[in-house]
Design a protein around this ligand. Structure first.
Ligand code: GLC
Length: 523
């Protein structure tokens, strides 16, 4: 629980609702469906949630199973015998699709991995050389159908099927159609969690031959145009509950900009829309125990100052910046517009006119990488660009930097700002999505502040906050340390988020944590 007032209040309010209502002690059977799971295979933050949330639900005593595809990347690490060999029979299809199930484990939660080589035995999950697999619609339509097909075959009768993002969007639809009359699923409810509504899973009807219920065109809620269906729209329309990975993102989904054009779909479900902030995995991200950083440290002043100093030196050495006592700004991200790197690039040289150092670590868009490379060549003593995806280096940036930049264009929840808070590295974020829910702005509420927030989606607005943070660092060092301690006192525990999910599963509160009025995007 965050010690600072604003955050602790909102989390406390959420908790009150939960503890008041969750006294029934009902233990649920939860099938958690995700296209990736950290520890088995990962491309983004969805995988982190798919590891941590099922594990937290299991800790609460619920019977949780995960379903995911058995990709080549998973198969190469896990040679296990099949639990069952079976086939998906679809009416009107000439031949059934054969598949088997492998049983794996994630943090002691059983995982059913759907092994269908024609769909998943490929080098990557979704795309090769930036080119999405042409049959992604068919692959994940199959995955969604297999998810429900396997339940009876393994004897797991879920109370809740918890879907995530577009890959699983047809599961709620199938529960309402193919399985609507099946006694086995009579008490099953579905939930879909939105991690990123920019990806809508839109495919031509041709790809949905395994879902003839869609092709009969009776269910227009999922249609984008007369020839295309969006799996995400299907999920949002047919799930019993819809959740976003932060309260503020839930309110943004009700707007045109924030939902990337799906506002009507979310507005139709407003009374079933929830916003629950993700937790942070403090086993991996804890400055007191982190194995990747030069010196572990705690929140007390002596330990913090010493630890951060050692970590800063180490980071400067690793990225070839002069070892100097200057404020250091870090950023670790995929080089995409979502992450707002295009707000930083135009003002970076101006900012480097100050006595500062900046480190950016990430891979992605070649044009953005080239722009960063050029600046690092022009300012070798002040700016380092490491074109890599490196978990150890990400830990060293979180520990060694004084500030962490996340000027995201949009950010459903975001994890790096939570890591930054834990390491006393003040986040400088744009006030969108989960960033707004998890960081408290120094200019608005200095007493309880944990970082800096700017609103306008412009390089200039970012630059103003960068300068502002620099002033604080240089002119008010005691105040800066106080903010670091505020930040380190913030905790986003998965246990608390899991309790909120259970309240949602049980339908105990309508739209539990969604603000009453959607806060429009500032763009
Ligand atoms: C997506 C979102 C990110 C969120 C993550 C986990 O990657 O872009 O903001 O933290 O999912 O929910």
């Amino acid at each position: 629980m965050c010690q600072t007032k604003e955050l602790s209040l909102s989390r406390k309010e959420q908790k009150l609702v939960t503890s008041k209502k969750s006294t029934s002690g009902k233990k649920l059977k939860i099938l958690f469906v995700s296209s990736e799971v950290e520890g088995l295979v990962k491309t983004g933050g969805l995988a982190d949630v798919a590891k941590s949330l099922p594990s937290a639900l299991k800790e609460m005593g619920h019977d949780v199973r995960i379903v995911m595809p058995f990709y080549q990347k998973v198969a190469s690490q896990h040679q296990v015998p099949s639990l069952i060999e079976t086939e998906l029979f679809v009416e009107s299809q000439p031949a059934p699709v054969r598949y088997s199930l492998k049983q794996l484990e994630s943090d002691s939660v059983p995982v059913y991995a759907v092994d269908a080589p024609e769909y998943f035995d490929r080098p990557e999950l979704y795309a090769e050389n930036n080119q999405a697999y042409a049959d992604n619609g068919e692959r994940f339509a199959f995955f969604s159908a297999a998810t429900l097909d396997l339940c009876e075959k393994v004897g797991f009768q879920p109370d809740i099927v918890h879907c995530n993002d577009w890959h699983t969007g047809l599961v709620p639809f199938l529960l309402r159609t193919r399985y609507a009359e099946k006694a086995f699923f009579a008490n099953t409810k579905s939930v879909i969690t939105i991690h990123n509504a920019v990806f809508k899973g839109v495919f031509n009807y041709d790809q949905y031959s395994l879902i003839p219920e869609l092709i009969q065109r009776r269910y227009l809620n999922a249609e984008v145009d007369p020839s295309h269906i969006s799996m995400l729209k299907a999920g949002v329309a047919y799930a019993d509950k819809v959740s976003a990975v932060s309260p503020n993102y839930a309110s943004e989904l009700l707007t045109y900009l924030g939902s990337h054009g799906m506002d009507a779909d979310f507005q139709n479900r407003a009374s079933d829309l929830y916003g629950i902030v993700n937790g942070c995995d403090y086993n991996d991200w804890n400055p007191e125990t982190d194995q990747f950083i030069k010196q572990n440290f705690k929140a007390n002043k002596v330990s913090l100052v010493r630890g951060k100093k050692a970590c800063k030196r180490d980071l400067q050495q690793q990225v070839d910046l002069p070892v100097e006592d200057v404020p250091l700004y870090g950023m670790v991200c995929r080089l995409t517009e979502q992450k707002g790197i295009h707000y930083l690039i135009p003002v970076l040289k101006d900012f480097l006119a100050n006595e500062v150092q900046v480190v950016v670590v990430g891979t992605g868009d070649p044009k953005l990488a080239a722009a960063l490379r050029e600046i690092s060549e022009a300012y070798p003593d002040k700016f380092a660009f490491v074109e890599a995806y490196s978990n150890p280096l990400a830990h060293c940036v979180e520990a060694g930097a004084d500030f962490f930049m996340m000027p995201s264009e949009f950010e459903p929840c975001g994890l790096n700002q939570m890591y930054s808070l834990a390491y006393g590295t003040l986040p400088i974020v744009r006030g969108v999505g989960g960033l707004k829910d998890t960081v408290i702005d120094y200019d608005q509420t200095p007493q309880v502040a944990t970082g800096f927030i700017f609103d306008a989606p412009t390089p200039e607005a970012l630059l103003i906050k960068l300068q502002r943070s620099l002033l604080l660092y240089c002119q008010k060092p005691q105040e800066f340390k106080r903010l670091q301690q505020n930040a380190m006192a913030c905790k986003f525990e998965w246990k608390e988020s899991a309790e909120l999910y259970v309240s949602m599963y049980l339908g105990q509160e309508q739209g539990l944590v969604v603000p009453a009025t959607p806060s429009a995007l500032s763009a």
